[in-house]
Write a protein that binds this ligand. Structure first.
Ligand code: MV4
Length: 453
C-alpha cells in the first residue's frame, strides 16, 4: 500500500481524499495556491506545498510544480480529485514516468474516452448501445448534409473534443444545418483547438442517468448502480439522486451490464462513470465515460455503504475488487450549494462568509471546505458545499432535505440554498417527473428568499 499520497486539488474534494487517507493510515501532502493559504485542506494534510499564484494555470494546473512537490515530499501516488488535472492524459503519463502512481486513468484510456467520436466507436465495438449517428468524423459540409438527410431531422452536431455541451448544435431542419455546422466548428476550434465534428440523431426529453463503475488491474469491473443527474442548468448539475425515480429493476440490470461491458472492454482500472441518455421509452444510449471520481459520488456511497476513494486507492495499489455489483438499499439526494445568486441568473457571488451554520443530524452529510470567516476566492468554481441526505424512501429523503436546507445558514454571500428549497417543493420534482429540460422553464419564486434579504 502507498505510504504517502499527494492530492493535486483543492476545496471539498481535497478534504474528502485526505479523510480516507487518514483512515487508511496513509500520509497526505496538500498542494495549494497563494489564494488558498488558509484553506482547510492545507491544515488537515500532514504536509503542504505552495505550488504557485492564484490563477489555476499557474498553480493547480502547473504540472512541473506539482511533480516537484511530489518529489521533494517523497510521494508514492497522486490523487487528482475532479476537474483540474483529473482527466489530463499528459499529467497521467508524466506521473507514470516519474514513478508516481496516478490514481486515475492511464493516458491511453483518457485519450480514448476524451475524444467523443473515438469513445462512441469503442462502445459500438463493445456492444454498448449508442445513439444512431455518423460513422466517425464528418469531413465536409457536403458530407454533413448528406448524412443529415439520410438520418432525418432533428440531428445533433457534436464536437469530438467536446463534452459539457460546447461545440454542440441541435438542428431541426435543413435550412439551419449550414449555419450550425459553421458555428459549432468555430466554437470547437476556439474552445479545444480541434474542430472535428460528428453527428447523432437528437434525442428529445431525455434523462441523464449515469452508472458508477469500478475496474481493477485484473480486467474485472463491477457497477454500483445509477445516479440521476437530469436536474442541471447549462450543463452544470444542481441536484443528483439515487435511485433514479425513472429507474426500473430491469432497466438497472441492463444499464449496469452495459456499463460493466463498457469498462471491461477497455480494461478500465479505477473508478469511472458511464453516462447514458435515457429516452421516454426507456431506451438508453451511451453518451460519455468519465475517468475520474465525480462531484456526486457521495450519493452512491450513502446508499450502498461503500467508500469510493478507498476503493480507488486500493485498485491503484493493485488490490483486486470483490467483483460483485451493488444495488441501492436507501435513497440519497445531493444538493450542490454554490456561491451564486439564483435570483440573478446564478451569477457568481464570491466574498467572505460572515456567518455559517452547517446542518447535521441523522442521515445528513455535508462535504465542504468552508468555515465562518472563509473568503471564497473568485478564481475557482463556485461550489462551497454538498448537502447529502439519506433516508429509507425518496419521500423521506425530500422531507429530510427540506429540514436540512432550513438549518443551513450562510451569510455574507448569496447561495443556491433558496433554489433548492423551491425545488424540493416543486410538484414535478416531487413526482420525479423531470428530464434534462426541467430547468428551462423554472422561475425563481421570491418566497424562498432567505430571511432579511
Ligand atoms: C445528446 C442529447 C440529445 N441527443 N445527444 C450534453 C453534453 C454531452 N454530455 C452530451 N449531451 C447531450 N447529448 C443526443 N444525440 C442531449 C444532450 C444534453 C444533455 C445531456 C445530459 C445532461 C444534460 C444535457 C443538456 C442538454 C443536452
Amino acid at each position: 500500500m502507498f505510504k504517502k499520497i499527494l492530492i493535486a486539488n483543492r476545496g471539498e474534494i481535497a478534504l474528502r481524499v485526505i479523510r480516507t487517507c487518514k483512515e487508511m493510515g496513509i500520509k497526505t501532502v496538500a498542494v495549494y495556491s497563494t489564494a488558498d493559504r488558509d484553506s482547510l485542506h492545507v491544515r488537515f494534510a500532514d504536509e503542504a506545498v505552495c505550488i504557485g499564484p492564484a490563477p489555476s494555470n499557474e498553480s493547480y494546473l502547473n504540472i512541473p510544480n506539482i511533480i516537484a512537490a511530489a518529489e521533494i515530499t517523497n510521494t508514492d501516488a497522486i490523487h487528482p480529485g475532479y476537474g483540474f488535472l483529473a482527466e489530463n492524459a499528459k499529467f497521467s503519463k508524466i506521473c507514470e514516468e516519474h514513478d508516481i502512481k496516478f490514481i486515475g486513468a492511464s493516458a491511453e484510456m483518457i485519450n480514448k474516452m476524451g475524444d467523443k467520436a473515438s469513445a462512441r466507436a469503442t462502445m459500438i465495438e463493445a456492444g454498448v448501445p449508442t445513439i444512431p449517428g455518423s460513422d466517425g468524423i464528418i469531413e465536409t459540409y457536403e458530407e454533413c448534409l448528406k448524412i443529415a438527410n439520410e438520418m432525418g431531422y432533428p440531428v445533433l452536431l457534436k464536437a469530438t473534443a467536446g463534452g459539457g455541451g460546447k461545440g454542440m448544435r441541435a438542428v431541426h431542419k435543413e435550412e439551419e444545418l449550414q449555419h450550425a455546422w459553421e458555428s459549432a466548428k468555430t466554437e470547437a476550434a476556439a474552445a479545444f483547438g480541434n474542430d472535428a465534428m460528428y453527428m447523432e440523431k437528437l434525442i428529445e426529453n431525455g434523462r441523464h442517468i449515469e452508472i458508477q463503475v469500478v475496474g481493477d488491474s485484473t480486467g474485472k469491473a463491477c457497477h454500483l448502480s445509477e445516479r440521476d443527474c437530469s436536474v442541471q442548468r447549462r450543463h452544470q448539475k444542481l441536484v443528483e439522486e439515487t435511485p433514479s425515480p425513472f429507474m426500473t429493476k430491469e432497466l438497472r440490470k441492463k444499464m449496469g451490464e452495459a456499463a460493466v461491458r463498457a469498462a471491461e472492454s477497455i480494461k478500465y482500472e479505477g473508478a469511472g462513470t458511464v453516462e447514458f441518455l435515457v429516452d421516454e421509452d426507456r431506451n438508453f444510449y451511451f453518451m460519455e465515460m468519465n475517468t475520474r471520481i465525480q462531484v456526486e459520488h457521495p450519493i452512491t456511497e450513502q446508499v450502498i455503504e461503500y467508500d469510493l476513494v478507498r476503493e480507488q486507492i486500493k485498485v491503484a495499489a493493485g488490490i483486486p475488487i470483490s467483483g460483485k455489483d451493488y444495488y441501492p438499499v436507501m435513497h440519497a439526494i445531493e444538493c450542490r450549494i454554490n456561491a451564486e445568486d439564483p435570483y440573478k441568473d446564478f451569477r457568481p457571488s464570491p466574498g467572505v462568509i460572515t456567518t455559517l451554520h452547517i446542518p447535521g443530524g441523522h442521515g445528513v452529510r455535508v462535504d465542504t471546505h468552508v468555515y465562518a470567516g472563509y473568503q471564497i476566492p473568485p478564481f475557482y468554481d463556485s461550489m462551497i458545499a454538498k448537502l447529502i441526505v439519506t433516508a429509507q424512501t425518496r419521500e423521506e429523503a425530500i422531507t429530510k432535505m427540506k429540514r436540512a436546507l432550513d438549518e443551513f445558514v450562510v451569510e455574507g454571500i448569496s447561495t443556491t440554498i433558496p433554489y433548492h428549497r423551491q425545488l424540493m417543493d416543486d410538484p414535478r420534482f416531487v413526482e420525479g417527473d423531470y428530464t434534462i429540460n426541467f430547468m428551462e422553464d423554472f422561475v425563481m419564486d421570491e418566497k424562498y428568499k432567505n430571511e432579511g434579504e
